[in-house]
Design a protein around this ligand. Structure first.
Ligand code: NAP
Ligand code: MG
Length: 495
């Protein structure tokens, strides 16, 4: 297939339909809350207006989801039929792949090529994976002696509230929606106010694929209004959240103040990437470290934002990362040659620049980058590397969520492990070594939900993903995701 040119992406973007309204009970609903503007980070311009949902719209969406769960066909149909609907959903996403990719790119600035090849591929794969699994879950019948029959059945939990951020807007939404729907739940999705259009389009494709009315609802609006209303709603059975640790705390409070709904949290990170001196291929380690922190403009919960490198090889590794940072093509996300787009919003740009200012103040050494690039037209930023970072500095402790790398050095494996674990977060870690025993020993000691050895950000849908410590609880992906959306029931029958 010939690849699409910059001019073609621009022309597709100009002609694109821009969904505006909530999806409630299978219908387009303007709601009563007026509308809010969506600003594209590629040029700082408003490119759409969408409905601004609040408690009223959330109420109606939850009521629709409740009806669809309590009396509707979805939880009652055969799991195989639910699986077929999810497969049709995947087919439709595949058909509309470019359109969804452009919406994401306009909304949050991800290069359109990455939206197409990485994000949409993940969305399609996730829908297919859970579609296939829908009829393959088995219940248990433990031995109960001659006089009884014990059944342990997994039942859909009910109405799911899903609240997600903007950095991988459809992947993270689908990681919740697909297992929830496969299990027989119904869903109200609240995407970020930065990325409402792609979520609305996804919801409508679900309806077209055959999801009955009310099974998948999308309410767009602000976290403090629509998000809070969903978190506090007495008729939501589980709240599955991906976002910052600060907002994750709010959802625990909302649950405590309402119906004790289950709350699952996928939160932030400050992931260490440890390079030991026996690393088999230092060039690959350095290239991967650079790719990892600059991919998606560093707006990755798993970004390897702390490079922990042995002092004997630090110069070589860091020089290579700095070189890569300097040659990275930063520009219009709709231009297929762009390797790094803008950060997602003016607020995000300001927040990343604030971290850069405090890194200077704390005495870290700037190796490259460090400034905004206003001449590129949007919220662009230079890929940035600081070395001579110490563990007490803000840059070593707080999530930046931008293209800013902190380099720390160590002399022993003990020091590396201590540095790696010296964090409130525990989402992911990288480890580079040629020694199999070292790899296993160190990986066991790292307090992180995922440890990548001699690679980063790899792996399939069949492995779980989630955090230790303040990076959250519960797991997305794999069959373990069903634990979020199901209850276990014991039925004990005396014979
Ligand atoms: P965020 O500010 O926490 O927002 C996440 C979601 O929560 C959005 O839909 C947001 O709505 C909503 N929200 C914000 N304030 C709220 C409030 N007071 N009450 C209820 N809901 C509220 O995070 P973000 O800036 O969008 O995304 C970046 C964060 O997500 C980073 O910390 C990153 O590490 C984390 N993340 C984690 C994972 C993971 O799987 N562990 C993956 C990706 C991202 P509005 O934005 O519309 O107001
Ligand atoms: Mg936000």
């Amino acid at each position: 297939m010939p690849s699409t040119t910059h001019a073609e992406w621009l022309s597709l973007a100009a002609r694109l339909a821009r969904p505006m309204h909530h999806l409630i009970d299978g219908r387009d609903e303007p709601g009563r809350g007026g509308s809010f503007p969506v600003v594209s980070p590629r040029d700082g311009q408003v490119f759409a207006e969408v409905s601004d949902g609040g408690p009223d719209e959330v109420d109606r969406a939850v009521a629709a989801a409740r009806r669809a769960f309590d009396g509707g066909a979805w939880p009652r149909m055969s799991p195989a039929e639910r699986g077929r609907v999810l497969q049709r959903f995947a087919d439709l996403v595949e058909e509309h792949r470019s359109e969804l990719a452009i919406l994401i790119s306009l909304e949050m600035g991800k290069p359109v090529t990455e939206a197409t090849d990485i994000e949409l591929r993940a969305v399609i794969h996730t829908l297919r994976y859970y579609g296939e699994l829908a009829d393959k879950l088995l219940d248990e019948a433990p031995h109960a002696g001659d006089d009884a029959l014990a059944l342990v059945t997994r039942e859909p939990i009910g109405v799911v509230g899903a609240v997600v951020p903007w950095n991988f807007p459809l992947t993270l939404a689908t990681w919740k929606i697909a297992p929830a729907l496969a299990a027989g739940c119904t869903v109200v999705l609240k995407p970020s106010d930065q990325t409402p259009l792609s979520a609305l389009r996804l919801g409508r494709l679900g309806s077209e694929a055959g999801l009955p009315d009310g099974v998948l609802n999308v309410v767009v609006g602000q976290g403090r209004a629509a998000g809070q209303a969903l978190g506090l709603h007495p008729d939501v059975d589980v709240l599955a959240f991906t976002g910052s640790t600060a907002v994750g705390r709010h959802y625990l409070r909302y649950a405590a103040d309402s119906n004790l709904k289950r709350v699952w949290l996928e939160l932030g990170g400050k992931s260490p990437n440890i390079v030991l001196p026996d690393t088999p291929d230092l060039d690959t380690a350095a290239a991967t470290a650079a790719w990892g922190i600059f991919f998606n403009a560093g707006e990755m919960c798993t970004a390897p934002s702390r490079l922990l490198v042995h002092s004997s090889i630090a110069d070589r590794v860091v020089d290579a990362v700095v070189e890569r940072a300097r040659t990275l093509r930063v520009g219009d996300p709709l231009d297929p040659v762009t390797e790094m787009g803008p950060v997602a919003s003016a607020r995000q740009l300001e927040s990343v620049l604030d971290h850069i200012t405090s890194a200077h103040r704390d005495g870290a050494r700037l190796r490259t980058g460090g400034s905004a690039l206003p001449d590129r037209g949007g919220f662009h930023l230079e890929p940035t590397v600081f070395d001579q970072v110490t563990p007490d500095m803000r840059l070593a402790r707080e999530e930046v969520f931008g293209p800013v790398l902190a380099v720390l050095t160590f002399d022993t494996i003990e020091q590396a492990v201590a540095l790696a674990n010296d964090s409130d977060y525990g989402l992911a870690a990288g480890l580079w070594t040629a020694d199999l025993s070292t790899a296993h020993r160190v990986a066991r000691r790292l307090r992180a939900g995922t440890v990548w050895v001699n690679c980063y950000e790899e792996g399939g849908l069949n492995v779980p993903f989630g955090g230790y410590k303040q990076s959250g609880n519960g797991r997305d992906k794999s069959t373990h995701a069903f634990e979020k959306f199901t209850e276990l029931k014991t039925t004990w029958i005396k014979l």
